[in-house]
Design a protein around this ligand. Sequence first.
Ligand SMILES: [Zn+2]
Length: 308
Amino acid sequence: MKTLKKFAELHNFSVDQQRRACYGRYNGYDIIIMNLQNQKNYMIQLSVCHPDAQVTQEAKNYTFSLASQYEGVHYANYASPNLTISVKRNSKSGPNLDMLVDVVTRYLAQHQFQNCCQTCQQTSSTAFYSVQGKPYILCPECFNKVSSSMMHRQSEAPKENVALGTLGAFLGSLVGVVLWMILYRICIIAAICGALMVYCSIRGYEKLGHVLTKKGLIISTLICILMIFIAEYASLAIEVYIQLKDIYVMSIIEALEVTPSFLGDSNVLPYFIKDLVIGYLFLIITSASSIRNIGHQLNTQDEVARLY
Ligand SMILES: [Zn+2]
């Protein structure tokens, strides 16, 4: 966000931390610049149109050529009214945002392009709005349409069933547990276990609970944290069972019962803890950002608001 903040300060744009964007008017054109999470690019977005098809086509060609003209432009596309330029975030030799925005808006002004609504292409009273956490350039009529359809969607949405959702999250997490136990047999703790566990647990909650909410996300995450411990414990119990079954007559249940006494053993406990620490580290590395992203999506999925 540092580059966006700097750009915003310089050109009097608004910075929007929540939507990881800045927006404002430059050379008379409404511009949104997004710093999308998990993507290595900045996205410059304009909504402009021209009544002449020939001029529009020329602008299309011009926009397309930006990628070959300027190093650091990942791609650039104009499909009226949406003009999008993707700029590599870590491009040292490439163009800076200021220069690109300046060049493009000058071209548009020179060819008398007008700001317009991204949906209906009406050219008057456009403004910045947020729909489901993403900024858009819209006219008031289109915004009202989107608002009422969102309200309708909310009233039609299925009701969350927390109990069934929790069961779904539990069942989903078992996929990761089983994989953990299989890999434990060949002495591997793989990052995939945690990632798979979180994915299946969240999907399980959504499937049986009808809808995923923030509460569901927290429940699924807590279940995964617990299930990693259970997977490690059950793996150790199976190890105990395999080692002792020929010496003592023992069932799996009995092995589970005697496992705590093995945890007191100074040869076993450090490995148990080490496995758990690795498992939790993998869980954090593979899943923390996707859990945060889903949380952000859930926070903004029903949002419609005027921004500027
Ligand atoms: Zn419109």
